[in-house]
Ligand binder design. Structure first.
Ligand SMILES: [Fe+2]
Length: 189
């Protein structure tokens, strides 16, 4: 389950309903999809998309998403640091950023137009939707690994527009809830 931190208020949320409610107030959709579908750790992207086809179709209907894929990055990924450097500075997109986490971890920072910056650690079973235009940035956690289903309204639109506000420099990319236990493919969430 996700872990939400509001550094400026020294506040942390670890309850699913509390997280969903707080993030909704920031315009961010958060859900847990439980139980997880039984996909193996080495499942192909096609197998993952097939296992979650019903949920993906529901999201497409809700958000007007037209395509989906699976992103899979880890310490062994060539050019990982260059890839991360594109997204760890405050930016926004012309379309929603939708991620359902299959394995690994990630850290989103959301910078609402009003209110404090929110850090959201995501892990297996978490769905997050960052609406178009939302100022945010992204880091990996200590495991430097994430596998996630992505949905797109228009693949061409998913490029970062940088704010150059410098806000991202004021927050440490720290993940507090990272488990280093091995991935359990069929563990119910
Ligand atoms: Fe982004």
């Amino acid at each position: 389950m996700a872990l939400v931190t509001i550094p400026d208020e020294d506040k942390r949320l670890a309850d699913c309903n509390a997280i969903a409610t707080y993030l909704a107030g920031c315009g961010i959709d958060y859900e847990q999809w439980t139980p997880a579908h039984p996909v193996t750790a080495d499942a192909s992207a096609e197998e993952i998309l097939r296992a979650y086809s019903k949920e993906i179709d529901q999201l497409k209907a809700r958000g007007g998403y037209v395509t989906s894929d699976v992103i899979d990055v880890g310490p062994e990924t060539a050019g990982l640091d260059e890839m991360l450097a594109k997204f760890n500075r405050e930016h926004w997109h012309d379309e929603d950023e939708v991620r359902f986490i299959i394995s690994g971890h990630g850290l989103f920072h959301i910078h609402p137009k009003t209110g404090p910056v929110v850090a959201i650690e995501v892990e297996t079973g978490d769905l997050i939707r960052v609406p178009r235009g939302t100022w945010h940035w992204f880091n990996l956690c200590a495991d430097r690994r994430i596998r996630a289903i992505r949905l797109f309204q228009d693949v061409a639109g998913w490029t970062p527009h940088y704010t150059d506000s410098g806000a991202d420099e004021n927050f440490q990319p720290l993940c507090f809830g990272v488990s280093h236990l091995p991935y359990q493919a069929t563990t119910a969430l």
